[in-house]
Design a protein around this ligand. Structure first.
Ligand SMILES: [Zn+2]
Ligand SMILES: [Zn+2]
Length: 275
């Protein structure tokens, strides 16, 4: 690999899904210029609609993309973006999004991550049995403005290009002749402004991490890695499962330190007062 060290602030990102406008501003604020490489089809590494399974974890996938971006762009820094969607972690009934950005320094050989999650997603799937159910689904997921995918890969009515209700309903009618039809929100960033907004939040999280140097080696990326339980109960003073501190880690040299949170736990969260 040839690394271009003349422009140290250049970060390459592989995407054909127009993610750059959501990511570039946060990186620009810390002096990094995002460059999009669109000659590589990231859909070959996995699709949300199931034609191609993503290999490995979300982190593995984002890191591979970041390394590939360095290779293809001849840059020291690369960025990989991965999203994951499903039911919320509490009851599983409403949508939940996770967005990860992995920044890779090919020269120093380490990665820094920006991660956010939350209910701010239009992710939804439905098996519709008539056109009314389809219309109801489209109204709920924000079409037009957001894309919808009709059918499953391999079905003749499978279509990832629909962006207005009429086109969707033509496809749905075609599929209904054979039985219930699968509808799902299109989670590709260029067809999902709600997802783009969450990617922008991940970019801010990444930028804030990158602007924090490690106190030991000065590499960018020092930040919280895990919570340490043991905040004292306000009533009895015993340690609880509520965090008392955060452990901060350097992704490059593995230096770590503890940052107290100065929290008191309520008696409700104390195993002794509220067993
Ligand atoms: Zn360090
Ligand atoms: Zn207590």
């Amino acid at each position: 690999m040839t690394i271009d060290t003349s422009s140290c602030g250049r970060v390459c990102l592989l995407t054909r899904h127009a993610k750059a406008p959501a990511i570039a501003p946060a990186l620009a604020a810390i002096g990094q210029t995002l460059e999009t490489i669109d000659r590589f089809d990231t859909d070959t590494l996995g699709t949300f609609s199931g034609e191609i399974e993503r290999q490995g974890s979300m982190r593995d996938a984002a890191l591979s993309k970041a390394k590939l971006a360095c290779d293809l762009g001849g840059s020291r820094y690369g960025l990989g973006s991965e999203g994951a969607f499903g039911g919320d972690p509490f009851l599983g009934v409403s949508g939940w999004g996770r967005e990860l950005l992995v920044w890779w320094d090919a020269e120093a050989g380490y990665a820094v991550e920006g991660f956010v999650q939350g209910p701010e997603t239009n992710w939804r799937t439905a098996e519709v049995v008539d056109l009314n159910a389809a219309r109801h689904f489209l109204a709920e997921v924000g079409l037009p403005g957001h894309g919808v995918i009709v059918g499953r890969p391999g079905e003749p009515w499978f279509d990832k290009t629909c962006d207005d209700a009429d086109t969707v309903l033509v496809r749905v009618r075609e599929g209904l002749a054979a039985g219930p039809v699968m509808l799902q929100t299109d989670m590709r960033a260029h067809r999902n402004p709600t997802r783009l907004a969450m990617i922008a939040r991940a970019a801010s999280a990444l930028a804030s991490r990158l602007s924090t140097p490690c106190p030991a080696c000065a590499a960018p990326g020092f930040g919280p890695a895990e919570a340490i339980a043991g905040a004292p109960c306000e009533a009895c003073g015993m340690p609880t499962r509520v965090p008392r501190a955060e452990r901060w880690c350097c992704p490059r040299c593995a230096h770590r330190d503890e940052r107290p949170l100065a929290l008191q736990a309520t008696a409700d969260s104390c195993d002794r007062c509220n067993p």
